[in-house]
Design a protein around this ligand. Structure first.
Ligand code: DI6
Ligand code: FE
Length: 416
């Protein structure tokens, strides 16, 4: 009798699939003619059909043939700002007429305009506004999602954003990881008093957020129109003293040494990094800090400065890809489209793009129980309507996810 049968039948078994396991240091660990079985939300088997310990029907009452379709880990969007009020379509118009993102921000638009719209909504209205965006990501294969605060910019509204983010996860049946981004912009009431706002973030907001248990990590916008490296360092020191890991919006519009700063604090990730120099890349490699590439923002801002891809590869920095879903610079509702853009705009290979939304995205969130299909990992996976991993990056748009499973349950079974 097999070991699996000893512990009872598996809860489900998908046979006859092409399995991108993402196991291994490179590539996508593809196993052709494979099967995946799970029990109690964990993977029991992810290997070639020929290695199954018994006949499929003897292993589970719930056997399904994928008819040679592709199965991957559930995708992980490791950088979003999808909880917000209103939108900024008018800024899209302004930018098309020649206004720069920085000029719009300095004139009181940009993040500040989303802050006032987000503050004006209560929990329920903010949840309702954010729900369709979350559903769009899930429909495209996302099973774990990071959501940042940063459009509240006072304690009450930052906590509201974090609560809503967590509620999206519990209502839709996916795992939401939350990041406190109090240092996203200086709110109008602190105009001209940037350091006083950083005092508030460090002395009041961060301790209260940590105490609430509503944040899994801390981020900051280290940029000429955001916070200086010195101010970011203060936020990071405070986060460290509270036991919260950090990550950073780094070197997007200019090289402020943000990637190296994140690495110095053993940051989970440095995100954007278009302007990061070689020292920054080396620091990330040494610290194990993930490079999160955000091609949606690069595209929407019609940026031309490419992230240092060759250097990241050369130094072995893990590369992740995320949507950066936000109302200003990346109103991007598909992680698969971000993968396509990462290939087309940044010249990632399709294998790198898939690593970037699975195993490396998990690492960018400090998660070790997902992002790969192997025994013991969470049974978060997607059956796709395509046969090869590269097809996920090749198609632009469309709905390719046939079935999305979270902890072994098809998502349609979850409430909401
Ligand atoms: N992420 C951000 O936080 C900022 N840029 C980015 O890529 C701005 C977000 C916004 O304009 O609302
Ligand atoms: Fe962002």
């Amino acid at each position: 009798m097999s070991k699996q049968a000893d512990s009872g039948l598996w809860d489900g078994l998908v046979v006859d699939c092409q399995l991108a396991t993402l196991v291994g240091e490179q590539g996508v660990g593809l196993i052709e003619h494979a099967a995946i079985g799970w029990k109690d939300g964990r993977i029991m088997f992810a290997d070639a059909m020929s290695a199954l310990p018994d006949q499929p029907q003897a292993l589970s009452d719930r056997v399904e043939s994928a008819q040679r379709k592709l199965v991957t880990p559930g995708l992980i969007d490791c950088h979003t700002h999808l909880v917000f009020g209103g939108n900024r379509a008018h800024e899209f118009d302004l930018r098309l007429q020649g206004a720069s993102y920085e000029a719009i921000a300095r004139a009181g638009g940009g993040i500040a305009s989303t802050v006032s719209q987000t503050r004006s909504l209560d929990d329920d209205a903010l949840l309702a506004a954010s729900m369709p965006r979350t559903r769009a990501l899930i429909a495209d294969g996302v099973t774990t999602l990071e959501i940042k605060s940063g459009y509240g910019l006072d304690l009450e509204n930052e906590l509201k954003m974090l609560r809503v983010a967590r509620k999206l996860g519990s209502q839709l049946g996916i795992d939401v990881r939350t990041t406190f981004l109090g240092a996203h912009a200086v709110p109008v009431e602190f105009s001209g008093r940037q350091d006083a706002y950083v005092d508030l973030v460090c002395e009041e907001m961060l301790p209260a957020v940590a105490n609430s248990g509503l944040a899994d990590a801390v981020d900051a916008f280290c940029e000429s129109i955001g916070f200086t490296p010195a101010q970011t360092r203060r936020v990071f020191e405070c986060a460290r003293s509270l036991g919260l890991p950090v990550k950073l919006h780094a070197d997007q519009l200019s090289d402020l040494g943000g990637a190296a700063l994140s690495a110095e604090f053993a940051g989970l990730s440095a995100d954007h990094i278009e302007h990061t120099n070689l020292d920054g890349v080396r620091a990330m490699a040494a610290a194990g800090t993930v490079a999160v590439l955000l091609p949606g923002a690069f595209y929407a801002l019609r940026d031309t400065q490419l992230p240092p891809i060759a250097e990241l590869r050369e130094h072995g920095v893990p590369i992740a890809v995320a949507t950066d879903l936000n109302p200003g610079t990346s109103p991007l509702l598909s992680l698969r489209l971000a993968m396509n853009m990462a290939c087309t705009l940044f010249r990632l290979t399709p294998d790198e793009a898939l690593r970037g939304t699975t195993v490396n995205a998990a690492k960018a969130l400090g998660l070790t129980d997902r992002g790969r299909l192997a025994s013991g990992m969470r049974a978060d996976f997607v059956i796709w309507n395509v046969g090869k991993p590269a097809d996920l990056c090749y198609w632009i748009g469309g709905s390719l996810a046939e079935k999305v499973f979270v902890r072994g349950e098809p998502l349609s079974r979850w409430p909401g």
